[in-house]
Design a protein. Structure first.
Length: 274
């Protein structure tokens, strides 16, 4: 048993070494990804609970030259570690705003911001600059932040959020319910929207607790006059539950998967040939 135990430890360490080596390789490749145009912005529709599409969330994709598509959950943390997310995040913002500004229908576009973008760089200036450059009406831009933004320099983050709001853009609280203090943060900042995390929605049918949590989030949000969007809605049963509970909006495979905007040209009001 002892030998087996030692063997397991050695195996585990080599897996860790492999993981570390792989992270370093990816971090190295990330440095060239922007210049070599390896990033692509996908768009996923966001709809009212009745199905009417009202906007899109921009979701970053990295098309690695040898590995193919690397998921954002894999590379965003690496880009946060070495600070590259500041530049990459600006690029996503610019692409998303430029794209949205070209749509005949004035739909909204949502962009994810990393906590690192709040700490480093001049986020207010770059968003202001990008809005001017692309001509996008500020009220059409929504930024999605997680509670990670408010951890650490809480007052600094609040000031910045207020200045962003003063630009006219909207602020959504992402991954709601997954953190420790989401509830208390609702009190400290007038969020324009709450996104219920996909985890609660996918468990709606299987878990009574998830259903109760979703109900509780909705009644709290409504008491505070904040509209709610449910993430990861895949089935009509989930949509029907949310509609009954007066959830305002939804996003998920039921409405559409993240894809190149070309797939959604009809929705943005363009003819299919562009
Ligand atoms: P998120 O912001 O919570 O985004 C929602 C994730 O759920 C996306 O994964 C989306 O593709 C996926 N999703 C949407 N609808 C469904 C559904 O019906 N079923 C299932 N199973 N999944 C669904 P994705 O695109 O892999 O992104 C993962 C995370 O990476 C995002 O989570 C976000 O935190 C981060 N991310 C993506 N793009 C960016 C970006 O431009 N900047 C930053 N900082 N983070 C990003
Ligand atoms: Ca998001
Ligand atoms: Ca989420
Ligand atoms: Ca997330």
């Amino acid at each position: 048993a002892k030998r087996e135990g030692r063997g397991r430890v050695r195996f585990f360490e080599s897996e860790m070494d492999k993981e570390l080596r792989d992270r370093r390789l990816l971090q190295h490749d990330l440095r060239q990804a922007l210049e070599q145009n390896q990033f692509v912005v996908y768009f996923q529709p966001q709809a009212r609970i009745d199905g009417e599409v009202i906007g899109f969330e921009a979701l970053l994709r990295w098309n690695h030259p040898t590995r193919g598509f690397v998921p954002p959950d894999r590379f965003v943390p690496l880009a946060e570690e070495n600070g590259l997310i500041v530049e990459i995040g600006e690029w996503v913002l610019r692409e998303a705003c430029r794209e949205a500004a070209s749509w005949p229908r004035p739909l909204q576009v949502a962009v994810n911001l990393s906590p690192v973008q709040f700490q480093a760089g001049d986020l207010e200036r770059s968003i202001h600059q990008i809005l001017l450059e692309t001509g996008l009406t500020p009220t059409r831009l929504e930024v999605e932040i997680t509670e990670g933004v408010l951890i650490g320099d809480f007052t600094g983050a609040l000031h910045l959020l207020r200045r962003l709001k003063a630009l006219g853009i909207r602020i959504a609280m992402d991954d709601f319910g997954t953190g420790y203090s989401s509830l208390s943060y609702l009190q400290s900042f007038p969020f324009d929207k709450i996104k219920i995390d996909r985890g609660f929605i996918s468990n709606l049918e299987a878990s009574l607790q998830s259903a109760e949590i979703v109900r509780a989030v909705l009644s709290l949000a409504h008491a505070l006059n904040i509209p709610v969007i449910a993430e990861g809605v895949e089935t009509e049963a989930q949509r029907a539950f949310l509609a009954r509970e007066a959830c305002e909006e939804m996003q998920g495979y039921l409405v559409g998967r993240p894809d190149l905007i070309e797939r959604y040209l009809d929705l943005v009001g363009m003819t299919v040939e562009r």
